[in-house]
Design a protein around this ligand. Structure first.
Ligand SMILES: [Zn+2]
Length: 174
């Protein structure tokens, strides 16, 4: 088999950001990965969920990948994300269920997460978020400090009927 070693610019640098605005995204899955271990730590302190999402219903940018930041250290953003999919966080059925101390989690399961011998990168999400669509407002973030220009999610638009949760309308810091 012959492999081409010639690449177009977009293949080398990734597609440029899309214009700011509201887009429909579809979730294809998660590419979860523990956050980088910081100096002085022995283990990662959080998980990057790395949702695998693409723009849909848009003639010009159909299928374009977007890279929302979603980390277990910022669970309020996970709530926004889940609500944008029209779902709510699920109560964990443990000893605290039904009390004020109840724990909540992303609806669905990460298959493999219950087995310590399975690396987080190999967990596989199964549940109602798969293929869910959501409306998000994308912002444009210029290149800074060695990072390329990119789109970031400014806000997830809640799709839960009668929702009383207070969602962020601007997730972008600074
Ligand atoms: Zn909501």
């Amino acid at each position: 088999m012959a492999f081409s070693m010639n690449f177009q610019k977009e293949q080398l640098t990734g597609a440029p950001p899309v214009p700011v605005g509201v887009y429909t995204l579809q979730l294809k899955g998660f590419k979860q990965k523990p956050a980088k271990i910081k100096e002085g730590q022995t283990e990662s302190e959080s998980m990057n969920l790395n949702p695998d999402v693409v723009i849909i219903g848009n003639a010009e940018y159909e299928g374009r990948k977007v890279f929302p930041g979603l980390n277990t250290k910022a669970p309020w953003i996970i709530v926004d994300f889940v609500h944008a999919c029209g779902l709510t966080m699920e109560e964990v059925q443990n000893e605290n269920a039904g009390t004020e101390k109840a724990d909540f989690t992303i609806p669905g399961v990460f298959v493999g997460s219950e087995d310590p011998s399975v690396k987080p990168e190999d967990w596989k999400y199964q549940g109602p978020l798969l293929n869910a669509t959501m409306e998000v407002e994308l912002a444009f973030t210029p290149a800074t400090g060695g990072y390329k220009e990119k789109n970031e999610v400014r806000q997830y638009i809640c799709k839960v009927p009668g929702c009383t949760e207070k969602h962020s309308t601007n997730l972008i810091r600074g």
